[in-house]
Design a binder for this molecule. Sequence first.
Ligand SMILES: [Mg+2]
Length: 184
Amino acid sequence: MIYLDIDNTVFNSIDKFIEIICKENDVKPNGKWEDVTAYNFAPVINGLTETKILDVFDHPDFYSTMHYMPGAKKAVTNLIDEYPDDVCFTTMGSNKNIVNKLNLIQETFPGCPMIVLTNIHNKRMLHQHNSIYVDDHPKNLIGAEIPVLYEHGIKKEWNKEWTDDVFKSWSDIETFIHNRLTFM
Ligand SMILES: [Mg+2]
């Protein structure tokens, strides 16, 4: 199986988060979405509490008109075409967040399965032999047999301890998956 994370891996949740929080609070960001290096959106948005962050992820507009991460739409479409029974989205969130995200996946990749976990769970419980996991956060990949850590742009605070390979583009991820599954 190929398990794909949604937020900040396939879809650009950072971009959407900044858009919503700036609109709701009438503030200007200190940079672009690519400049975010921390999981609390610093230095582009500062002073956010965990509660505020989760509130924004629950916003009813969060998953409407989402942008893809660069190259993700084409790569994910190709993977689903090539391995139609072996691609699955995985995600964590609150009930509100998950319902909205499920609608997004049903609209953008109809028929593709999605495994949802609540915020108290851990994606590591999904790890299986011979499966590939694409995610932007190492906490979901530690212990996976075939981890694919995706990092767009500048170095991120949340994955600085990661010592395995880092994939900087979706075309690199697509090539890696293709090669792994061809020779598996
Ligand atoms: Mg993510």
